[in-house]
Design a protein around this ligand. Structure first.
Ligand code: ITT
Length: 200
């Protein structure tokens, strides 16, 4: 089987993506296995950043690459944090600081106006000069709460309330998240494109 490099330094993504891919027999290696130097995410859209990351990993390894660029879009904040989700706090940002900043910023927003969604863009590049990356984009709708709940998942999951149930994305199992999430949906679409190539 042809090897694919996963262009992310986020071990939570590696875990989620590998759990999903292993069900159909594709295995990907995280870019740190090849000591890939991370690319600077200079884009203002998820698509641009995903391509930047996939191109960078493919260039440094000579392998086909899959990249995920994702984030949370909050309607009451005009779409913020968006592509800056992992850097929302500013210098020294981490999941916990980002989450606390978002809670502060939505505290005075009434519950019915706290709509949000996760976005994920998955990109596959067969080689770093490819002019035809495969691009798949999906979202997952939710509501924000201001008291974190649950210990599963990562990032904003403890305040991301699932529609139709009173559980956060951090209170459901990884298996369940991997059947519902933005990442799961985008990856599923990508796999439909890759299946003919990798099942040969
Ligand atoms: P790479 O660029 O190395 O892939 P990253 O964490 O910096 O890792 P992104 O730039 O794509 O990745 O930012 C994703 C951020 O969006 C992530 O750090 C979380 O804050 C948020 N996010 C994305 N998907 C999420 C999920 O499933 N659950 C919780 N938060 C998520």
């Amino acid at each position: 089987m042809k090897e694919i490099v996963l262009a992310t330094g986020n071990m939570h993504k590696v875990k989620e993506i590998n759990a999903m891919l292993s069900t159909i027999g594709i295995s990907v290696s995280p870019q740190n296995k090849y000591n890939v130097t991370e690319a600077e995410e200079t884009g203002t859209t998820f698509v641009e950043n995903a391509i930047i990351k996939a191109r960078n990993a493919s260039k440094q390894t000579g392998l086909p690459a899959i990249a995920d660029d994702s984030g949370i879009e909050v309607d009451a904040l005009m779409g913020e944090p968006g592509v800056y989700s992992s850097r929302y706090y500013g210098p020294g940002a981490n999941d916990e600081k980002n989450l606390l900043k978002l809670i502060e910023n939505i505290r005075n927003v009434p519950q019915e106006k706290r709509t949000c969604r996760y976005w994920c863009v998955m990109v596959y590049m067969s080689h770093f000069r490819s002019p035809t990356p495969i691009i798949c984009q999906a979202s997952w709708e939710g509501y924000l709460i201001d008291k974190p709940r649950g210990t599963n998942g990562f990032g904003y999951d403890p305040i991301f309330l699932l529609p139709d149930e009173s559980l956060t994305a951090a209170e459901i199992s990884m298996e369940r998240k991997n059947s519902l999430s933005h990442r799961a949906k985008a990856l599923k679409m990508l796999l439909e494109h890759l299946r003919p190539v990798y099942e040969k």
